[in-house]
Design a protein around this ligand. Structure first.
Ligand code: AMP
Length: 196
């Protein structure tokens, strides 16, 4: 099954993607994780992405699309995947759609996790302070300033994807403010999957 999770930063995409991939036995493809790994490894892509990511802006479409197309071509993604954090622009969605059409496959579901913006700032700041307490590395973009940019970017560039996928009749919306287990249950229901 090929699934896209849409939603603003802090909506719980990563958590829910983790549960979906466990149930579906397909890889969790987080473009944020892939890019952070590239930054860490000091690759060419990582060097291009590092400062942009720290500011909370979007990495150029071409670069991210190339990373995702390469990743979904790998053997473990042939049974499907859960994409988390991609696409983030209409151009990315179109390029990815073209690629899937070229290889003769399509998406099964696009799920939007809807969350009130006022709650997001609190969630992301809590995530950062809890990581600090556990002596874990805090994401360079989990600052108030970068989060504001990330939210503005989401509203301007990513939110239009909701209408894009609704027109393609792929979109389902789940209220991401509910308890984590309830969100998971509704996500499975939206895809007509049982939780076990
Ligand atoms: P995330 O972990 O999904 O919040 O992504 C962290 C950062 O990685 C974003 O703020 C962007 O700078 C970059 N990024 C991740 N996915 C994409 C994407 N699909 N398009 C452009 N930039 C991305």
């Amino acid at each position: 099954m090929r699934i896209i999770l849409l939603g603003p930063p802090g909506a719980g995409k990563g958590t829910q993607a983790g549960r979906l991939v466990e149930r579906l036995a397909v890889p969790h493809l987080s473009t944020g994780d892939m890019l952070r790994a590239a930054v860490q490894a000091g690759t060419e892509i990582g060097k291009k992405a590092a400062d942009i990511m720290t500011r909370g802006e979007l990495v150029p479409d071409q670069l991210v699309v190339a990373v995702v197309i390469e990743r979904v071509s790998q053997v473990d993604a042939q049974r499907g995947f859960v994409l988390d954090g991609f696409p983030r622009t209409i151009a990315q969605a179109e390029a990815f759609g073209d690629h899937l059409r070229d290889i003769g496959i399509g998406l099964d579901h696009v799920i939007e996790l809807k969350v009130d913006e006022a709650v997001l700032l609190h969630r992301v700041m809590t995530r950062a302070s809890e990581a600090r307490k556990r002596d874990e590395a805090v994401r360079a973009d989990d600052t108030k300033e970068a989060l504001k940019v990330r939210l503005d970017t989401y509203n301007q560039q990513t939110a239009p994807l909701i209408g894009f996928y609704r027109l393609l009749k792929l979109l389902r919306t789940v209220d991401g403010l509910q308890p984590i287990d309830v969100v998971t249950k509704q996500l499975f229901e939206a895809m007509r999957l049982t939780a076990s």
